[in-house]
Ligand binder design. Structure first.
Ligand code: SF4
Length: 190
């Protein structure tokens, strides 16, 4: 009998094989695409070498090499932080975002979920999010979505981070963050 693990592993194999079928993307190591996708989904507290390293669970050396390759492809640029010049942000370029939009697997997955009925994708995403949260209980970083963080607040009608004590752009509340901590209601009972 197939277990949850088997289904997830099979899905992962299928998604990777579609990537290999793409003429351009088949030449790009999966780790580079994973790093680029992470950088397209994370906020400004998380778009650093350390953020990518922690998210992918790889060594800093491997991640640095992949980021250098992405830069050489013109899919990523480094930008010094406006307030702290020692801090460097990694931003996907328009060309990098275009490559990500070509990931056939993302579209195919969405289409398959839509074919299974309205609400299927949202319900499954929510359940997978809960499963991930459960698995990550012992992990230092949850990389959750900003709006679900215990530090997420509203000040003067706008999003505000209670941890950094900084206002948040509206566009950042759906992004993932390396400082995220689950809100109380998301934590499992002890
Ligand atoms: S509220 Fe939480 S998730 Fe959002 S920026 Fe602050 S620490 Fe990160």
């Amino acid at each position: 009998m197939l277990t949850l693990f088997d289904y997830l592993e099979r899905l992962n194999s299928l998604l990777r094989s579609w990537q290999r079928d793409d003429a351009q993307l088949s030449q790009v190591p999966a780790v580079q695409l994973s790093a680029l996708r992470y950088l397209s989904l994370c906020n400004a507290y998380s778009d650093t070498v350390m953020g990518v390293t922690e998210y992918l669970g790889l060594t800093k050396g491997t991640v640095s090499q992949s980021l250098k390759a992405l830069e050489e492809r013109g899919w990523l640029v480094k930008e010094a932080d406006a307030a702290d010049k020692r801090q460097v942000h990694l931003r996907p370029t328009a060309a990098g975002l275009q490559v990500l939009s070509q990931l056939a697997a993302v579209d195919a997955l969405q289409q398959a979920a839509l074919a299974l009925g309205p609400g299927f994708a949202d319900a499954l995403s929510s359940q997978l999010g809960q499963l991930l949260g459960q698995l990550q209980q012992q992990e230092k970083r949850s990389f959750g979505v900003c709006r679900s963080c215990r530090f997420h607040q509203q000040q003067h009608g706008a999003p505000f981070c209670g941890l950094t004590q900084q206002p948040l752009p509206l566009s950042a509340i759906e992004l993932i963050c390396r400082e995220h901590q689950p809100a109380k209601s998301e934590e499992s009972p002890e």
